[in-house]
Design a protein around this ligand. Structure first.
Ligand code: C2E
Ligand code: CA
Ligand code: CA
Ligand code: CA
Length: 277
C-alpha cells in the first residue's frame, strides 16, 4: 500500500489536538486556572417570541487554542467525549454557567434561565446528580432556572437508566430540553416516555423554512406535536425576520439564532440585557 501522506498528516493533527485538549483540561484543575485557562463559555440569548424579551441563555463552550485560535466545539467536543475529558470539561461549563447566572441575578435579572448542553458520557456518570447538586448549592441559583439539553441519541442507548436519571433531575425542578429535535433517527414514541419540558427544533428545519412550504409544514407539525405533549418549543438557528414571523404564527414560544444575537461572552451578554430595558 502506498504511504498516504494526507491521512498521516490528518492523524497527526488529530493526535496533536487531543494532546493539547488534554493539557488545556488539566489546567482547569490547577490553582493557576485564571492564567492558563484556554476555555471560555459564550452565551446566546433565547428570546420570548411574544414579548421580544430575552428569557435566558444557552451556554456554548469555546476553546481558544494558543496556536490555532478558536477551535469549534464541533471539532473538540467529540475528542473530549472519546477521551473522557468531557467529564471535567462539562462540569466546568456547568459551574461557570451557573455562576454567571447568579452574577446576572445580582444585577437584578432574576428570571433568566440558563441552558447547558450535556454529553452522553456525563449523563451516564454515576456522580452526575451529586455534582449538579453541589453546583446548584454553591452558585445558589434556583434549580428551575437551570435547563439541561440532551439529544435523541443519548436517550436511545440505555433508555431505562437515562429515564431514571432524568426523573431525578426533574425531582429537583431542573428543566429538560430535547436538543436538535428531528435530526436523530429515533422513533417519536420516546417523547412521552421521558420527562421532557422543552423541545428544540433543529436549525436545519428552521433555516429552510420560508423558501419552501414543505419545511414550514414540518416545523408546524413539530410544534403541534410538542404542544400536544405539553412541551414548549424553542426554534434554533433563527436568522431572518421572515422565519421569526412564521414561527410566531405557528405558536412557537421561543427563538434562538443570529437574528437575535450571536453567542457572546458574559460581559457583553449583560450589556445586551441592560440595553433591552
Ligand atoms: P447545539 O447545542 O445545537 O448549539 C447550537 C449551535 O448553533 C451553536 O454552535 C450556535 O453557535 C449555533 N447557532 C446559533 N444560532 C445560529 C444561527 O442562527 N445560525 C447558525 N447557522 N448557527 C447558529 P456552536 O457554539 O459552534 O456549538 C456547536 C455544538 O457543540 C453545539 O450544538 C453542541 O452540540 C456542542 N457544544 C457546545 N458547547 C457544549 C458544551 O458545553 N457541552 C457539550 N456537551 N456540547 C457542547
Ligand atoms: Ca444545545
Ligand atoms: Ca441544537
Ligand atoms: Ca446541533
Amino acid at each position: 500500500e502506498v504511504f498516504d501522506l494526507e491521512t498521516h498528516t490528518r492523524v497527526m493533527a488529530q493526535l496533536q489536538l487531543e494532546n493539547d485538549l488534554r493539557r488545556a483540561v488539566q489546567f482547569l484543575e490547577s490553582p493557576d486556572t485564571l492564567k492558563h485557562n484556554q476555555f471560555i463559555v459564550y452565551y446566546q440569548p433565547i428570546t420570548c417570541l411574544k414579548t421580544g424579551l430575552i428569557a435566558g441563555f444557552e451556554a456554548l463552550l469555546r476553546w481558544q487554542h494558543p496556536q490555532l485560535g478558536m477551535v469549534s466545539p464541533v471539532q473538540f467536543i467529540p475528542i473530549a467525549e472519546e477521551t473522557g475529558l468531557i467529564a471535567l470539561l462539562g462540569q466546568w461549563v456547568l459551574e461557570e454557567a451557573c455562576h454567571q447566572l447568579r452574577l446576572w441575578e445580582s444585577y437584578g435579572y432574576h428570571r433568566l434561565t440558563m441552558a447547558v448542553n450535556l454529553s452522553g458520557c456525563q449523563l451516564s456518570r454515576p456522580d452526575l446528580l451529586e455534582k449538579i447538586d453541589q453546583i446548584i448549592h454553591k452558585s445558589q441559583i434556583h434549580a428551575d432556572h437551570l435547563k439541561l439539553e440532551i439529544t435523541e441519541s443519548m436517550i436511545i442507548n440505555n433508555a431505562d437508566y437515562v429515564k431514571q436519571v432524568l426523573s431525578q433531575l426533574k425531582q429537583r425542578s431542573i428543566k429538560l430540553c430535547m436538543d436538535d429535535f428531528g435530526t436523530g433517527y429515533s422513533s417519536l414514541s420516546y417523547l412521552h416516555r421521558f420527562p421532557l419540558d422543552i423541545l428544540k427544533i433543529d436549525k436545519s428545519f428552521v433555516s429552510n423554512m420560508g423558501e419552501d412550504g414543505e419545511h414550514s409544514d414540518i416545523v408546524m407539525t413539530i410544534i403541534n406535536l410538542a404542544h400536544h405533549l405539553n412541551m414548549e418549543v424553542i426554534a434554533e438557528g433563527v436568522e431572518t425576520l421572515g422565519q421569526l414571523k412564521i414561527l410566531s404564527e405557528l405558536g412557537c414560544e421561543w427563538g434562538q439564532g443570529y437574528f437575535f444575537s450571536r453567542p457572546m461572552d458574559g460581559k457583553r451578554a449583560l450589556s445586551l440585557l441592560e440595553n433591552q430595558l
